[in-house]
Design a protein around this ligand. Structure first.
Ligand code: FAD
Ligand code: EPU
Length: 345
């Protein structure tokens, strides 16, 4: 695929930020990828999938590489599991539906998360009580400088809450090419999180199935999160912060209604008490008065304060500045420093 110059990235990021890339190329296979890398060894590279967890704050003085490698393949199966490999360019929700149609369990709670399969391990995507790491078998990645393939198993990825080795020390060093999942032939359902049970009841579901859980998750997500096709956003802008039990106990006296959750240890162990408590960042931001705030075209969503939005022509720097103000006000009121989930470029 040819390299294009001076390309607007507006359609390649769900925030709808209109920056330009000096060079832009999509690739469908590793030969194309190797060729693009070999031809341009000294140019800075940024790899993107669906652009749903990115905030562009300036033009890209380098090459944006869009992974469009496709394909889903069953590698092996036994009595309990099916091992499925999906290429990085596959749409995540499309892959989830593919598995649901075959009654393979494990990722139904991750329905409707935007983006591509290749970015899913990057932040160990999670929703409604399930994280990617629970079904992750391995991945193949391409080292940009060494031009070599490398296999990563679960213990190589340092998965954490919205975190992995690819978001930290290996950021921009590897291009994930495919991901292998270990899915259950006899699904186990996770319905205790959030409003899943109520939604299943509302739907009149008598017998649980991966289809029903997926549908319930989709309904809840549609009622809570803004659709990027309608209003620019990248989902939760910040992570839900984790604080010590002591800090929590002090805050709880002042704010007894503060939503909070126990933090599980990574990787899960028999003793699951991490001594830390997770706080809902959306609640903290709302308490600081930001919900529904708008300055120009940059704003905080009217019904979910954890989601920053672009009403149309906001620049990435406008959204970033707003996020700075939010961080400062939450720190001032609660003594908690919010950490951004979205990748700032
Ligand atoms: P991109 O935004 O294109 O890239 C994200 C990062 O990964 C960038 O740093 C990029 O350089 C890197 N990257 C992308 N592809 C590759 C690759 N092949 N190899 C190496 N690095 C790569 N996330 C959740 O975890 N849970 C949710 O419930 C959730 N809900 C969301 C709801 C909405 C409305 C939106 C807009 C976003 C939501 N997200 C959620 C965030 C986002 O969908 C996920 O992080 C998703 O995995 C990003 O995929 P992407 O292909 O769009 O990645
Ligand atoms: N809340 C408020 N005000 C708000 C928003 C939320 O008080 O404006 C409160 C809610 O009432 C609730 C709590 O905060 O008590 C949690 O809210 P919600 O259930 O909407 O989930 P969240 O913590 O905001 C997280 C993930 C989402 C994921 C959902 C479901 C993070 C950073 N976000 O959101 O992931 O879909 O739970 O599991 O962990 C993403 O990562 O982009 C994302 C959307």
């Amino acid at each position: 695929m040819r390299i294009r110059e001076n390309v607007s990235l507006r359609q390649y990021n769900t925030f709808g930020i209109n920056v330009a890339a000096r060079y832009f190329a999509a690739f469908n296979n590793t030969d194309e990828l190797s060729a693009r890398l070999e031809e341009n060894p000294r140019i800075h590279k940024i790899i993107i999938g669906g652009g749903s967890n990115i905030l562009f704050t300036k033009d890209v003085d380098g090459m944006v590489l869009k992974n469009e490698m496709m394909g889903i393949e069953v590698l092996k199966e036994d009595n309990d599991y099916v091992y499925v490999r999906a290429a990085a360019g596959e749409n995540w929700h499309g892959f989830v539906q593919y598995c649901i149609q075959r009654n393979w369990g494990g990722i139904e709670n991750l329905s409707l998360i935007p983006g591509c399969v290749g970015a899913a391990p990057m932040q160990n995507i999670g929703a409604y009580g399930v994280e990617l790491q629970e079904v992750f078998e391995g991945l193949t990645a391409f080292h940009i400088r060494d031009m070599k393939m490398q296999h990563f198993g679960p213990s190589d990825c340092a998965f954490g809450y919205r975190d992995s080795v690819f978001k930290k020390e290996y950021r921009n060093r590897f291009i994930i090419l495919d991901v292998t999942f270990r899915l259950l032939k006899k699904p186990v359902f996770h319905t205790s999180y959030g409003a899943i049970r109520q939604e299943l009841e509302k739907m009149g579901v008598k017998e649980l199935s991966v289809q029903a859980v997926s549908r319930a998750v989709i309904n809840i997500r549609r009622s809570k999160l803004p659709d990027p096709a309608v209003i620019g956003n990248a989902g939760s802008f910040f992570k839900n912060p984790e604080i010590t039990v002591e800090q929590f106990q002090t805050l709880e006296k002042l704010y007894p209604e503060m939503p909070h959750y126990p933090v599980k240890k990574y990787p899960s162990s028999a003793d699951n008490d991490s001594g830390r408590v997770k706080i809902a960042a959306g609640w903290l931001i709302e308490q600081c008065g930001w919900k529904g705030f708008r300055n120009g075209d940059a704003g905080v969503h009217v019904s979910q304060a954890l989601v920053l939005v672009n009403y149309g022509k906001a620049k990435g720097s406008d959204i970033y500045r707003l996020s700075e103000e939010i961080v400062q006000s939450v720190q001032k009121k609660f003594g908690i420093i919010l950490d951004r989930e979205v990748n700032i470029l």
